[in-house]
Ligand binder design. Structure first.
Ligand SMILES: *Cc1c(COP(=O)(O)O)cnc(C)c1O
Length: 608
């Protein structure tokens, strides 16, 4: 599995003269975006978790880029003026921990090149293309088996031509260490060594480097003004090639599964793997660790993964986290609170229900009074009631529980990864969520977050079921880095990609984007004279329940069909008290798409 990329970006780019006197080459803009930023986006979309950029000349440009993309780490080559690209690569080497993609910073390329390298069976691979006619070619020579023998800018020095060097490679950590040693041994005779020189040297000695040629690969390296002109001409071709791989867009305005990015969809298409392989264990361990960091202070939260939908995580919590002597209070102010109570009754738990309206804010004082009335040991609440979009004051109530020694169980299935949550601060002991809502992955993975202190006592609790047992699943994974039963392998790969993208966006900014979509919706709802079920100040801004238009001509089915025809999927209400339809604004959607939806809604309203 390739998790890191290194971009060598220390060079002066002196052949581009005044363009790069005060700016690194990578910041040349084509199609309205710096080429290195395009590369960064393609790398994250291809499943790279962390990008290390080796900087030098005008490093502050990269410092600003790293603020924008939290997955970037920087390593500065202080001696950039006296060294070559190998010097910059050596500065990045201490941050590399496994196989990685190595790129030059001044490349414009079709992202398919990254996929090809990631899918390669060889560990060390140079990407090559057919003739570019750029005038600045690095020719590659291979042996009969296709492995690198030498590179040269002089075509006549090459006996068996394997292609032209692109500047994107796949490298093992071991090969990198060999390259760094080679550079150190030749510091005095070749201070400005380029990385391809070190590669060729080690490839004939200790590591074999395969040359993977894509004859018609779309790419340009930009070293001088003529290259820039060629790159600008090539840009539309790259855009077209990449757009042909886009999946038809359907915007899901139903309350989950949410709209996903194409890169999340494509993450599921990968080599078959047995989930009991170490490599897959590492994928799950990474997912677990990253999710834990999103739910609270690092080190205080354990995340346990199950195959299943969000309800599985709810059932895990209720069946596993309460001892026989426990007594539970459940808040029910919507379909999911009702579901909590249903699960509790199936397991014959000792519990009471605090019932409250689905569209008026919960009376927190009344809940607190109820909690003190009887010897409750456990409290369960839905943070965001997806039924109506009502946001419950779960943190306030759970902190109150903590003050009174009551363990808290929270369904945050539709809140997590949108509303920032810190379980320690919020007083959440156990919290459920799933892969197909705000984290923007595919359905199939349920997760339970646990505060470590709350988790340990579970060892002695009764095992009320087999598959959904929290303590067993936790222990087994800790010991083996495997789940007890077959996990949803492809959904986990998609979840890994969704986490990469969540970290890029950050949860705070995601909630801002969702809120911006909600504001566009609310504005249109008012303009069209429609009414929202829940008062605005009690809403989550993630889903809006809208009361059906009064016209006798109104039909949810008609509105649904019209919206579907425009690429939007909407969802009926789920309440006995009022007839509503619901518009969710979670997932990979943009405010402008919500505006388009409101125009569809307006067209429909005019027909009534
Ligand atoms: C979506 C959701 C669930 C889980 O529903 P599934 O159909 O099992 O995916 C649970 N609780 C809440 C609040 C939800 O929004």
């Amino acid at each position: 599995m390739i998790r890191q990329a290194v971009i060598m970006a220390g060079g002066l780019g002196s052949r581009l003269k005044d363009k790069t006197a005060l700016m690194p080459k990578g910041f040349i803009e084509i199609g309205g975006m710096p080429i290195v930023e395009q590369s960064v986006r393609k790398l994250f979309a291809a499943g790279i978790e962390e990008i290390i950029i080796g900087t030098g000349h005008c490093a502050e440009w990269y410092e600003r880029l790293a603020v924008q993309y939290p997955g970037i780490r920087l390593a500065k080559n202080e001696g950039y003026a006296e060294t070559g690209s190998m010097g910059t690569l050596a500065c990045c080497a201490p941050l590399v921990y496994g196989d990685f993609l190595l790129l030059e910073s001044d490349l414009l390329y079709d992202a398919i090149g990254l996929t090809v390298l990631i899918n390669e069976t060889h560990d060390n691979v140079l990407l090559a293309s057919g003739a570019t006619g750029s005038g600045d070619e690095v020719y590659l020579e291979s042996d009969a088996a296709g492995f690198l023998v030498r590179n040269s800018k002089n075509r006549t020095a090459i006996v068996r031509l394997a292609g032209e060097l692109v500047g994107i490679s796949r490298v093992q950590k071991y090969a990198l260490d060999q390259m760094v040693s080679y550079m150190n041994a030749h510091r005095s005779d070749e201070p400005k060594m380029e990385y391809e020189t070190a590669m060729s040297a080690v490839s004939t000695q200790s590591v074999r480097i395969f040359i993977r040629k894509i004859e018609y690969f779309l790419w340009r390296e930009i070293d001088d003004a003529s290259h820039l002109t060629m790159a600008e001409a090539l840009y539309p071709k790259i855009e077209e090639a990449e757009s042909l791989r886009q999946i038809r867009r359907e915007v899901l305005l139903n309350p989950g599964p949410a709209t996903t990015s194409d890169s999340v969809k494509y993450a599921q298409v990968c080599a078959d793997i047995c989930p009991r392989e170490t490599e897959f264990g590492e994928v799950m361990e990474w997912i677990r660790a990253e999710l834990s960091c999103m739910a609270g202070k690092s080190g205080s939260i354990e995340t346990v993964l199950f195959g299943g939908s969000g309800t599985a995580a709810d059932e895990v919590m209720l069946s596993s986290c309460i001892p026989d002597t426990g007594k539970l209070l459940i808040v029910d102010n919507g379909a999911y609170g009702t579901r909590f109570a249903k699960i509790a009754s199936v397991y014959k738990l000792n519990f009471d229900v605090f019932k409250s309206s689905g569209f008026t804010p919960l009376d927190t004082e009344a809940v607190k009074a109820k909690l003190l009335e009887s010897a409750y040991t456990h409290f369960a609440i839905v943070y965001h009631e997806t039924t109506t979009g009502l946001l419950n004051p779960a943190p306030e109530l759970c902190r109150f529980c903590h003050d009174h020694g009551i363990t808290t169980i929270v369904d945050a299935v539709s809140a997590f990864a949108a509303i920032p949550i810190d379980m320690d601060r919020e007083g959440f002991d156990f919290m459920a969520s799933t892969s197909n809502k705000n984290i923007q992955g595919m359905a199939g993975v349920a997760f339970v977050f646990c505060r470590k202190e709350a988790l340990e006592p579970l060892a002695s609790y009764p095992m009320r079921n087999y598959y959904l047992n929290l303590w067993d699943q936790y222990q087994y994974f800790k010991k083996t880095r495997q789940t007890r039963f077959t996990p949803p392998v492809q959904s986990l790969y998609a979840l890994r990609q969704a986490i990469i993208e969540t970290k890029c966006e950050t949860i705070e900014k995601r909630y801002k984007r969702y809120s911006a979509c909600w504001e566009r919706l609310v504005k249109a709802v008012r303009k069209l004279g429609l009414t929202m079920l829940v008062p605005e100040e009690a809403q989550s801004k993630l889903i809006t329940a809208i009361i059906d238009p009064a016209s006798p001509k109104y039909s949810f089915e008609d509105l649904h069909e019209l919206a579907r025809g425009h690429g939007f999927t909407i969802y009926p209400g789920k309440l006995a008290e009022a007839n509503t339809f619901r518009i969710a604004n979670i997932g990979d959607i943009q405010p402008d798409e919500m505006t388009t939806f409101t125009q569809v809604l307006e067209i429909y309203m005019r027909t009534l």
